[in-house]
Design a protein around this ligand. Structure first.
Ligand SMILES: *[C@@H]1O[C@H](CO)[C@@H](O)[C@H](O)[C@H]1NC(C)=O
Ligand SMILES: *[C@@H]1O[C@H](CO)[C@@H](O)[C@H](O)[C@H]1NC(C)=O
Ligand SMILES: *[C@@H]1O[C@H](CO)[C@@H](O)[C@H](O)[C@H]1NC(C)=O
Ligand SMILES: *[C@@H]1O[C@H](CO)[C@@H](O)[C@H](O)[C@H]1NC(C)=O
Ligand SMILES: *[C@@H]1O[C@H](CO)[C@@H](O)[C@H](O)[C@H]1NC(C)=O
Ligand SMILES: [Ca+2]
Ligand SMILES: [Ca+2]
Length: 385
C-alpha cells in the first residue's frame, strides 16, 4: 500500500512540474522536489530490506524447528548391511524409500532383491544372501575326474593317466593290453575279462569269484562259509565254483520190507530187517550222498572220488555204476584191495551237473557180506576256474 502511494505522489509532482509552464515553477524548485522523493524512496527501500531480512530469519527458524521435529520422530530405518559377496544399491533410509541388492558374478541372490523402509522402521522382506553357484552341476570332468567348485569356475582333479582342464587328455599314448594279449589263449593276461586302462589294464572276475591280484586269479567265493547263501532250513549249502547250491538229501523210500533212517545230513542206514525178508537182506546197508564241484573243461583222466569201507571184514570189494547221467564220462575202478575210485574220462564243459549212483559190494569167500550205495553229484561250473 505504502510504496504505491509514494510512487504515485512522486510522479504527480514531476508531471505537475513539466506540464504546467504557466504555473512557472522554477527549475530549482523541481530539483528540490525530486531530491525529496529520492530520499523518501531510499528510506523506504531500507525498511523493505529490513522486513525481508526478518521474514527470511523467521523462515530459517521455522525450518530448523521442523527438522528438529523430524529428527525426534526419526522416520528412517537403520541402513541394512550388504550381503557377503554382494552390494547394496541406494543410501536413502527414510520411510518409504527402497534399497536394492545385487550379488557379485558367480553368486546367486537368495532372499529379497528390494527392501522398503516400513512405518515401524523395519525393512520389508528377508535379508538377502549371495550363494555361490555350483559350477560342477554339469559334471564337466571327463574320464573319472573329480570336480571342485570355485567362484564362477571349477577345477578338475583327474584320475590316474589323464590330464587337461577337463581330464580329456591321456597322459601318455596307451597300449591296449587287452586287445593285444587277451584275444589269444596262449597270451591271455586275464583269466576272465580284461579292461583297458590308461597306462595299465585290469582283470575282472565273474560274479561269485574274487580277484586275487598277487596271483592274477579268480578265486571262488565260499558263500556257504561266508553265510551269503539263501538256503532254507532243512537244506544244506554246498559251495561250488562260481556259486553255491542248496541240497536236501532224501533216504530211499520204504520198499519190500526195507526202510532207511537218516543218521546224518548226508547218510542213511538200513533199519533192521524183518525175519525171513530176503529182499531186505539183499538191499544196501547204507546210502551216502556226495556233492563235488568241478571247473569246466578239466583235463582227463581225473579221479573225482575215492571209496573204501571203514568196517572192512571181507576179502574183496566190487564196484558198479548203477545209474546216473555220466555214461561215457565216468568210470569206476579198483584202486587197491580195499578201495575204489570214480574217474572222469572225458572233459565236461559246464555249466552242467553229472550224477552217478555207485554200488560197493563186500565179499568174504565169494559170499556177499553187504552193500553200500554212493550217490554222487558233480556240479560243473561255467568257467574253467
Ligand atoms: C535415527 O535412527 C537411526 C537408527 O536407529 C540412527 O542411526 C540415526 O542416528 C537416528 N537419527 C537421528 C537424527 O537421531
Ligand atoms: C513391521 O511391519 C510389517 C508390516 O507392516 C510387519 O510385517 C513386521 O512384522 C513389522 N515388524 C516389527 C518388528 O514389528
Ligand atoms: C536264492 O538266490 C538265488 C540267486 O542268488 C535265486 O536265483 C534263488 O531263487 C534264491 N532262492 C530262494 C529260495 O530265495
Ligand atoms: C516181508 O516180510 C514178511 C515177514 O515180516 C515176509 O513174510 C515177506 O515175504 C517179506 N516180503 C518180501 C518182499 O521180502
Ligand atoms: C577245452 O580245453 C581244450 C584244451 O584244454 C580246448 O582246446 C578247448 O577249446 C576247450 N573247450 C572249451 C569249450 O572251452
Ligand atoms: Ca592300457
Ligand atoms: Ca562258491
Amino acid at each position: 500500500m505504502l510504496p504505491k502511494m509514494v510512487i504515485l505522489l512522486a510522479l504527480s509532482i514531476v508531471q505537475l512540474a513539466l506540464s504546467s509552464p504557466q504555473e512557472c515553477l522554477s527549475k530549482q524548485q523541481v530539483a528540490q522536489t525530486i531530491r525529496q522523493v529520492q530520499k523518501l524512496l531510499s528510506a523506504h527501500e531500507a525498511s523493505q530490506l529490513q522486513s525481508l531480512r526478518n521474514f527470511k530469519k523467521q523462515l530459517t527458524v521455522l525450518q530448523g524447528s521442523i527438522l528438529k521435529h523430524g529428527a525426534r520422530r526419526n522416520e528412517s530405518c537403520p541402513l541394512p548391511p550388504a550381503p557377503p559377496n554382494g552390494r547394496r544399491l541406494g543410501k536413502k533410509v527414510a520411510l518409504g524409500h527402497e534399497v536394492h541388492f545385487v550379488c557379485d558374478p558367480g553368486f546367486r541372490l537368495m532372499g529379497s532383491e528390494t527392501r522398503t523402509c516400513l512405518e515401524n522402521r523395519t525393512w520389508s522382506g528377508q535379508a538377502p544372501s549371495c550363494k555361490n553357484v555350483n559350477d560342477c552341476t554339469s559334471n564337466p570332468c571327463a574320464n573319472g575326474g573329480t570336480c571342485v567348485d570355485g567362484i564362477q569356475s571349477y577345477s578338475c582333479q583327474c584320475a590316474r593317466g589323464w590330464s587337461g582342464s577337463t581330464c580329456q587328455l591321456p597322459l601318455y599314448s596307451d597300449v591296449d593290453e587287452c586287445h593285444v594279449f587277451q584275444s589269444s589263449r596262449h597270451t591271455r593276461i586275464c583269466l576272465h575279462e580284461c579292461v583297458n586302462l590308461p597306462g595299465s589294464y585290469q582283470c575282472i572276475c565273474p560274479e561269485g569269484y574274487r580277484f586275487q591280484a598277487d596271483q592274477n586269479t579268480c578265486n571262488d567265493v565260499d558263500e556257504c562259509a561266508d553265510n551269503q547263501h539263501n538256503c532254507s532250513r532243512g537244506q544244506t549249502c554246498v559251495n561250488i565254483y562260481g556259486g553255491f547250491r542248496c541240497v536236501r538229501p532224501e533216504c530211499p523210500k520204504a520198499h519190500l520190507n526195507t526202510t532207511y533212517v537218516k543218521t546224518s545230513p548226508f547218510q542213511c542206514e538200513r533199519s533192521p530187517c524183518p525175519m525171513d525178508s530176503r529182499a531186505c537182506q539183499k538191499a544196501a546197508h547204507s546210502v551216502s550222498f556226495h556233492y563235488l564241484s568241478l571247473p569246466s573243461n578239466r583235463s582227463v583222466p581225473r579221479v573225482l572220488f575215492k571209496m573204501s569201507t571203514s568196517r572192512f571184514v571181507g576179502d574183496s570189494l566190487r564196484f558198479a555204476i548203477l545209474g546216473g547221467n555220466g555214461q561215457g564220462k565216468l568210470m569206476v575202478q579198483r584202486s587197491d584191495q580195499h578201495a575204489g575210485e570214480l574217474v572222469l574220462t572225458r572233459p565236461v564243459v559246464g555249466p552242467t551237473t553229472l550224477e552217478a549212483e555207485l554200488e560197493m559190494s563186500e565179499f568174504a569167500h565169494k559170499v556177499l557180506l553187504g552193500k553200500h550205495i554212493f550217490k554222487i553229484t558233480v556240479f560243473v561250473s561255467q568257467y574253467e576256474f
